[in-house]
Design a protein. Structure first.
Ligand code: URA
Length: 197
């Protein structure tokens, strides 16, 4: 494990470990407060993310920001956002198993440095990789399970909510439950969290 964010960022930025490096514009390393105790994990960069180098900047990202703001979370202040894969899969296809298998080491190192108390999986790809290979978002969203000392939960991917707005009330409920969990296990999220770089 690399012991500093700077080293990890540098290595990730120069990564050529899988073919996604050949088609990427930018590596999308992650964004947020490096002292945060709540980590959100998406699937992988889309077109807008590939172009800007930041996670969740398209329409899905705007919806995610709305849901975050409802429970007083802010991607620049008290959470961290990362993805399963750091480079865009061509035509937004799902990342392949061999791509996530390689790239997950960057996420593991991010978890090692961040030491989150809560990980929120956004959508099936993150939830089946990080919580349970048989995870069903429609059935299990909003449930918390403790895994290796970290509270894990899953909810709908913002892009899925844009496609199926009927799931928005359920997603909102998941975020309300998340607020309660944060107050229970890492209340500093809502108090005086120091600013990370
Ligand atoms: N979808 C994701 O899963 N992650 C992003 O960063 C953008 C869209």
């Amino acid at each position: 494990m690399l012991e500093s964010w700077e080293e990890l960022y540098e290595e990730c930025m120069n990564c050529q470990k899988c073919p996604l490096c050949e088609t990427r514009t930018n590596v999308v390393f992650g964004q947020g407060n490096q002292n945060a105790k709540v980590l959100f994990v998406g699937e992988g960069p889309g077109e807008n993310e590939d172009l800007t180098g930041q996670p969740f900047v398209g329409r899905g990202g705007q919806l995610l920001d709305k849901l975050l703001n409802i429970i007083d979370l802010d991607r620049n202040k008290n959470i961290y956002i990362a993805n399963m894969v750091k480079c865009r899969p061509p035509k937004n296809r799902d990342p392949k198993k061999e791509e996530t298998d390689i790239c997950i080491n960057y996420l593991r190192n991010q978890v090692y440095l961040l030491k989150p108390k809560i990980i929120v999986c956004l959508g099936r790809i993150a939830a089946t990789s990080l919580i349970d290979p048989n995870y069903k978002v429609t059935k299990q969203h909003g449930e918390f399970i403790l895994k290796n000392g970290i509270w894990m939960t899953g909810t709908f991917h913002p892009a899925a909510l844009l496609r199926n707005p009927c799931n928005k009330p359920d997603a909102l409920e998941d975020f309300q439950k998340l607020r309660e969990k944060i107050k229970e296990v890492c209340p500093e999220t809502y108090e005086n969290i120091s600013k990370g770089e």
